[in-house]
Design a protein around this ligand. Sequence first.
Ligand code: PMP
Length: 342
Amino acid sequence: MSVHRVAPPAITDAVVETIGNTPIVRLVTAGSRAQVELLAKLEHTNPSGSIKDRVAQKILTQLKAANKIKDSTVLVVPSSGNLAISLALLAPRHGHYKVIGLVPERTSEDRIQLLKSLGVEIVRTPIEAHADSAESQFSIAKKIATDLPDSILIDEFVDRANVEVHVEETAQEIFIQCEGRLDTLVVGVETGGTITGLAKALKSKIPGLKVVGVEPEHSSIQDGVNRSGAWKVEDIGGNFRPAILDKSLVDQWVQVSDQDSYSTARQLIREEGVFCGPSSGSVVAAALRYSESLTKDPKPRILTILNDTARNYSSTLLSDDWLLEHDMMDETMARSAAYHRH
Ligand code: PMP
């Protein structure tokens, strides 16, 4: 039996108690190629496989404390999927059962099945619908929450809990794990909760820390320029500026293509054994691109936040056929896929 360096966690009464305290690992292969110390905080080790467990836990605790929800209240959630999964996992532990998830069409079938297995009622919404239009996930969610008695809209794009949890918990973990030594933080952005919370807390403690925001190509969070909105990577990017995002805390933005995101995620799985999803691929690809502009002596220390698990994407990220069909393979993948076909 291997010897544990730290005591394993004690037995708990519920999965909610196992949220957070996620590990940070060094991405040795990618880091040595880029001549930087590249670190990754593995949020896929949370119970439902994403960082949103933290947010769901905070939202439910605050709503309960403020007596805003009863055991019968239906939670209406416009989310790209992960928050709905986390809420569905945790709601029964808080006495609530029903979750309605408003999910954009780009969401993978795996995630839909996962949501269904947790008892979530799914409403699909068009990708291209602008946030203000009647068909957007927000407008539909608002209408459901208004029409349905005893229901509440959970809007992670405006809920301050989505920032506070990262100020109070995730950032404190990072500060301890990195012993206060960090040059750059690289974070994927959709609601802006993670980047705003982490940047706010860590910049106040680590002078000179640079924060890099990551969105897909064709997304318009950084500059508000109206683009086509067509990208495949789930969970990052958007066609409006979220209310909780504090752009003044972001020093630089990097846009990453789908191809680069998927191939980097597959590289992380293959070379580092890090079982992360496509948005993590975007974040690491952005960190590698950003690191090209840095002086390498002393070696810069860059932390990436890897937000969810590859297991949500067996029909996309993990499928060679899907990658081939959508022209997302890099040379190594194409060679290996060809080998397995023969
Ligand atoms: N990656 C994944 C996998 C996510 O679920 C999310 C949240 N939608 C993000 C990145 C972006 O994080 P945030 O919403 O805090 O900006």
